[in-house]
Ligand binder design. Sequence first.
Ligand code: PLP
Length: 290
Amino acid sequence: MTSRPTYVGAIQAFNSYGAKMIGIEQDEEGTQTALLEAEIEKLAAKGSKPKFIYEIPDFQNPSGITMTLKRRKELLRIAEKHDLIVVEDSPYRQLRFEGKTEPALLGMNPDRVLGLYTFSKILLPGFRLGWMAGPNELIQKAVTAKQSVDLCSPPFNQSILYEFLHRGLLEKQISVIIKAYRRKRDFMLSMLSKYMPKLPGLKWTQPHGGLFLWVTLPETMDAGEMFHAAIERQVAYVVGTAFYPDGGGHNSFRRNFSYSSMAEIEEGVKRLGEVIGSWKGSQESAIMTP
Ligand SMILES: Cc1ncc(COP(=O)(O)O)c(C=O)c1O
């Protein structure tokens, strides 16, 4: 079970093993745990049970939403009640720009949570190094599975990373990127307010960290169809449907705010605003609302 939307790479990985994914709608507090519990109970009534719950609780890819403490507690209560493993995938956890850090699911219940973390977003993606923590039994299985796939992560990369960590340089790096990404996030939000047309239902998330924000268009609009018009204006986004494990998300897309320069962000958001404002469904949505 995953939230919907969720990380496209996880959807691909689960698909490659023939998994049947059940998506649970999320709101600004994260995965809606009441819906999650209802779905698990529905499965239980049919004598079925999910293999695990996959969750990205911090600055989720794609939405930028962070799960509240209340929802985290609820999620773990449900997992405990139904004897389920929770996979916590949290690559953006250290990239908090403001507010207080919520406890990691792994820390809240180390016996039930398998935590996945990576150096890709806080140091560099090319090293392909991350770490995993959780119940020993699961870690042993993962080690064997990983060995059968790649024998071992490159020892050269591991040695460089070890030295970097050992010298205490990661903390410095993280504080540098937090400052840079916070400025970009602030700027993209202000550009969205400035250039997006005023349409009923058009909204975007206000992430407190991470790399992404999520734009929801009026229901009548299709981000997939509009993509070609955006590309003609040389602006790209990732179409929302890619992040839906079981269909949906036609009127949404993901924006990354960390990569582009300030000038590119301004020009990109401006062009996107023009594309959205002139797209056919936008007129319909304005007419539908009195
Ligand atoms: C939620 C999530 N999990 C995992 C990954 C992959 O991380 P890595 O580069 O370590 O493979 C990403 C990268 O985008 C991600 O957003």
